[in-house]
Ligand binder design. Structure first.
Ligand SMILES: Cc1cc2nc3c(=O)[nH]c(=O)nc-3n(C[C@H](O)[C@H](O)[C@H](O)COP(=O)(O)OP(=O)(O)OC[C@H]3O[C@@H](n4cnc5c(N)ncnc54)[C@H](O)[C@@H]3O)c2cc1C
Ligand code: FES
Length: 562
């Protein structure tokens, strides 16, 4: 009863607030004090997020700097708000970006409280360091600064190195920064390759040199030199290696129209080759399934081959895997599961048909291969840099390898994950690679910083987003809230009676709430997950997930958390 009346009060106040917020004056908007914690208000031409935390009001831009999600629909926890879509976090007082994949900080607005009314200024207070630091550009590209004479060098121009370069400049690093990549493009948003085909260029190079089409062939850590495919040699003072990973090859790789999706050029070629054709996709993990989804209105037939019984079986579990398979099957995507490619036949140098281990023969104009990943670490063989059995580079929480002045980050790194009790993990997420880049940069500058990011991932199928947070490897149980078959659910992945990961579809911002809980270092017990699954309405889910005290299992207490 108590909760219900609070909820009613809240919704009435929200309506009132919205009404007041619409009474916009040209200079500022005033609205009444309320019990609500955050809401979107229109102030002049801006959509502003008005927040009340610990009795203090603040106002920042409401649009996430990643893909523009409304932060008012996200999760407020302490001094920050987490985006409902992909988990970026912003400081509610300064607008600073505190967790990726956001790209910049948010504008801040002045707030004053007078006579029981809140006034939000139309003018922007100014952008804080994340953006401002890029403006002066006082360091000339490709020039070793005389001030500190340090050369920071990064092999790759991917997600981790870009953020590393950006952070170095934000922290006023005056030395020369060189990014080298075997790609012929400036850094871009790789996550869009399998979703919309045309990735954004993230081409701000933060006053650093970006050397394109240079492939590192070997590294001499004694002499601090990297040798490239054209024989040229580059020295460094500090090195970040973040060459990422690549997909496993499949038979027939030399035939025309056998493709892997790793670069914008791959995406372009796949897009062109697939229009109105018979496509076969090998692999039912994120990339294979996203490509199948993207192609549903473009190809004349799509066949997906998977080695497990269901897509995403290991990561998301069979129940969710089955639903994703049905979603695509309804769009006429054919699945051959528990099978594998044994031969790829060609004609005139071009792929013609794919033969499966089961004996099935599938006609193919294009074969897209999305199976497994291996680290791009060949050029490190023979160096003293420690690697694990899968050839990923081992780093500590500061992204340091075992060799002085050599750092590693992104998909290539195996690192201790705080939320997994420092278990050493290798995670191929865009947001995690960015976090690595930042931590590496700060430690390069002798600002001791440890990685504390919580993994966050998303995938898009037929316009629907599955969100995922945590590290679910080795889960033994799944507790589901909602109905998987109705494509509206929140799934908790359990190991040793604790939630280690969560996934959702149409249940925002529940996964962001779980991520915030993990980030605060609080565990969610299996009992809590079961309580949330059975007793809590969706509208209250995020509050319960965030605020329940870590180890609490007495379900009677949960009902009063709001
Ligand atoms: C199609 C696709 C879709 C994805 N979708 C998502 C998603 O939705 N969400 C998500 O979180 N993650 C997604 N990912 C994963 C994400 O893109 C990676 O986790 C992230 O890009 C890793 O960043 P990185 O800096 O480690 O490496 P990368 O961004 O892969 O950059 C590596 C760079 O190193 C260069 N390089 C490699 N070897 C050498 C060498 N020897 N010499 C010089 N340069 C070299 C490469 O050319 C490249 O520029 C996706 C990946 C792919 C391929
Ligand atoms: S839109 Fe906010 S994190 Fe992606």
């Amino acid at each position: 009863m108590e909760k219900l009346s609070l909820a009613l009060k809240c919704s009435k106040l929200l309506r009132k607030l919205t009404y007041y917020a619409r009474q916009i004056s040209t200079r500022c908007t005033h609205i009444r004090l309320c019990v609500c914690r955050m809401m979107e208000v229109e102030v002049g031409l801006h959509n502003v997020l008005l927040v009340r935390s610990e009795g203090i009001y603040s106002a920042i831009g409401n649009q996430c700097t990643h893909y523009g999600a409304p932060l008012s629909k996200g999760v407020l926890s302490g001094h920050r708000v987490r985006c409902p879509w992909h988990g970026a976090c912003f400081n509610i007082q300064t607008g600073d970006l505190e967790e990726y994949p956001g790209m910049d900080c948010l504008p801040c607005h002045t707030v004053k409280v007078e006579n029981n009314k809140v006034y939000v200024s139309n003018g922007i207070l100014g952008l804080s360091v994340r953006v401002c630091a890029q403006v002066p550009c006082v360091y000339v590209v490709a020039c070793v600064s005389v001030r500190d004479g340090v050369l920071s060098f990064s092999v790759s121009a991917g997600s981790a190195s870009l953020v590393c370069a950006e952070t170095l400049r934000q922290e006023n690093f005056g030395g020369r920064i060189i990014m080298v990549t075997r790609d012929n493009l400036l850094p871009y948003d790789k996550t869009r390759l399998s979703k919309v085909n045309y990735p954004n260029s993230l081409s701000e190079a933060f006053s650093s040199s970006v050397l394109l089409s240079w492939q590192a062939m070997s590294l001499d850590t004694e002499k601090k030199k990297v040798t490239f495919d054209d024989g040229s040699v580059q020295s460094y003072d500090q090195l970040l290696i973040s060459t990422g990973s690549k997909g496993l090859e499949c038979p027939g790789k030399d035939l025309e129209n056998v493709k892997m999706l790793e670069t914008p050029e791959d995406a372009r070629q796949i897009h062109v080759a697939c229009m109105g054709c018979h496509i076969v996709i090998v692999g039912t993990s994120f990339v294979g399934m996203e490509v199948a989804s993207y192609m549903t209105d473009k190809a004349s037939s799509i066949t997906v081959i998977g080695s497990s019984e269901l897509p995403y079986q290991k990561t998301l579990g069979p129940e969710i895997g089955k639903v994703t398979m049905m979603m695509l099957a309804e769009k006429d995507v054919a699945f051959y599961m528990n099978d594998n490619v044994s031969e790829v036949r060609g004609e005139n140098g071009k792929v013609k048909e794919v033969v499966l281990k089961s004996g099935t023969v599938i006609p193919a104009d294009v074969l897209i291969v999305g199976i497994g990943v291996i680290p791009n670490s060949e050029f490190l063989q023979g160096t003293p840099i420690a690697m694990d059995s899968k050839s990923s580079v081992i780093v500590d929480k500061c992204m340091r390898t075992n060799v002085l002045e050599v750092f590693c980050g992104g998909d290539l790194a195996t690192f201790p994950l705080t939320m997994a009790k420092d278990q050493r993990v290798n995670i191929g997420h865009w947001q995690m690679a960015q976090a690595h880049g930042r931590v590496a940069a700060l430690n390069m500058l002798n600002i001791p910083t440890e990685l504390n990011s919580v993994p966050y991932y998303w995938t898009v199928l037929l316009g629907k987003n599955i969100r995922y947070t945590g590290y679910g490897e080795g889960y033994t149980d799944i507790v589901v809230k909602g109905k998987v078959e109705e494509q509206k659910f929140l799934a908790f992945y359990i190991k040793d009676d604790e939630v280690i990961a969560a996934a959702s579809l149409n249940y925002d911002p529940a996964v962001s709430a779980v991520a915030e809980r993990f980030a605060a270092g609080n565990t969610i017990t299996k009992k809590e997950a079961e309580y949330v699954a059975t007793h809590i309405p969706l509208s209250h889910c995020k509050h319960i997930i965030i605020f329940s005290p870590g180890r609490q299992t007495d379900t009677s207490t949960h009902g009063h958390t709001l």
